[in-house]
Unconditional design. Structure first.
Lengths: 155, 292
């Protein structure tokens, strides 16, 4: 039986009727057509599906849509503002921290959750913060440099 | 991967959750963090008719401290435990277990109750909690019972929980003076790793520079459940801590372990690593005593 849920995604409120066996990831991708959140392993190992839920980065493939009732979700689509793309997104481009791009939305959201909490993290704190996001292209170095760059530019 | 169909329940109080579980019994699975349950349902290992989410029971998401005892609600996440001042100050080995679990994304979801109730032999939280002598508080419609965590996990994926019962809280007494503990996890990588071996050690001395009056050593991933190391604990009691003593304790612990060969590592390697991790966690425990 479908259940009625209300959730906020990228500052927009949605009221939706969802089947209990729908994951938050599939809700975002197939119902709301926010396909920036990627589906990788679909079992919590790769971090491609990372979203920020009530301020914390989580794997959206492990959360039921019904569990997101009343929650506030930020996906990669919500990072851009009227002023342009987010400074973390800009740093990823400038530093060449993107290759195939599949891990990038999750990486950027993990980085945002870190910098919101800790604007000037050490290299080790950065590496720990992105340790749940697998990247098979970059070797991580340029991703770490991009996040360091944002941290250095913020006051 | 599609999840099998199920009916979803979301009780808003613990009493209501107990009522629902009493009615549904074995047909229902409890959902806490979901990092184990949802994966097993996607893989079609289990397909419960009913899923009962504990997500609205905020009362079980607290770490409380009173009269020398701390109580950790079963829904407290690994991240919340790792960041809790009460834990990092008084129960550092538990904080280390929590901060080694999965990845940041998993730690924001996975709960202490789930980590105990899923009863995986390599889980990160049972060894430190058992080392501190934790008890679990189990609720059901008819009432409440409390048992030592040592008796809670009975087999791989199997616990002492009966039909209709809910693991509600974990209770730990503050250790006596001159106590310390350590936890170490060995894996091939730093994140999203299932332990090859993990060990938690706890000791109490009678005085600074004195003899060991109590010891608990728990070894994970080297048996069907997290195991105590009785021979190692025995040789520590009544002795003054030293490198030589900890080395002997490591050898005894290796003898107490019951590892198997699998794709993660051989039994022989695991036994050797029990020896090393026991020695090192005992040294960490002693160092903690020294800082008091």
């Amino acid at each position: 039986m479908k259940q009625l849920i209300t959730l906020t995604v990228n500052n927009q409120e949605y009221e939706l009727a969802v089947e209990p066996n729908l994951t938050l990831l599939d809700l975002l991708r197939y119902r709301l057509e926010l396909t920036g959140t990627k589906k990788g392993c679909d079992e919590g190992d790769c971090g491609a599906c990372t979203v920020i839920m009530n301020g914390k980065p989580v794997s959206s493939c492990l959360i039921l849509a019904v569990q997101a009732n009343g929650k506030e979700i930020l996906t990669i689509e919500g990072m851009e503002t009227e002023e342009g793309i987010h400074p973390i997104q800009k740093a990823f481009i400038d530093k060449g921290a993107i290759q195939c791009g599949y891990c990038t939305p999750g990486m950027i959201l993990s980085a945002k959750a870190l910098l919101d909490r800790n604007p000037h993290p050490s290299e080790e704190e950065i590496r720990t913060a992105i340790s749940g996001n697998l990247c098979r292209c970059t070797g991580y170095q340029k991703i770490v440099e991009a996040i360091e760059d944002v941290s250095e530019k913020s006051s | 991967m599609l999840l099998p169909k199920f009916d979803y329940h979301e009780p808003s109080t613990l009493e209501e959750a107990c009522e629902v579980m009493a009615e549904l019994g074995d047909r229902a699975k409890l959902l806490a963090g979901g990092t184990d349950l949802i994966v097993n349902m996607k893989k079609k290992i289990i397909a419960p008719e009913h899923v009962v989410s504990l997500g609205r029971l905020d009362v079980l998401r607290e770490i409380g401290s009173s009269n020398g005892t701390i109580r950790i609600g079963a829904l407290t996440t690994a991240a919340e435990i790792a960041e809790s001042g009460v834990v990092t100050e008084g129960f550092a080995a538990l904080g280390q277990g929590a901060s080694n679990l999965g990845s940041p994304l998993i730690r924001n979801l996975a709960t202490v109750g789930g980590n105990l109730a899923s009863a995986r032999p390599a889980a990160d939280l049972p060894p430190p909690l058992m080392a501190y002598g934790a008890r679990v508080i189990i609720r059901k419609k008819e009432g409440e019972r409390s048992i030592p965590l040592d008796d809670f996990i009975t087999g791989p994926g199997v616990t002492n929980l009966g039909p209709g019962e809910i693991l509600a809280e974990i209770e730990i007494d503050r250790p006596p003076a001159y106590s310390g503990a350590g936890y170490l996890k060995l894996g091939a990588r730093k994140a999203l790793e299932i332990s090859l071996v993990n060990v938690a050690s706890f000791i109490t001395l009678d005085a600074p520079g004195g003899v060991i009056t109590s010891a608990r050593i728990i070894m994970g991933a080297v048996g069907p459940i997290p195991l105590r190391a009785p021979s190692a604990e025995k040789i520590l009691i009544g002795e003054k801590p030293s490198d030589h003593l900890f080395e002997k304790a490591g050898q005894e612990a290796a003898g107490d372990s019951r590892p198997i060969d699998d794709f993660r590592g051989s039994a022989e390697y695991r036994r050797d690593m029990v020896e090393v991790l026991t020695r090192r966690t005992l040294a960490a425990a002693l160092a903690e005593v020294g800082r008091q």
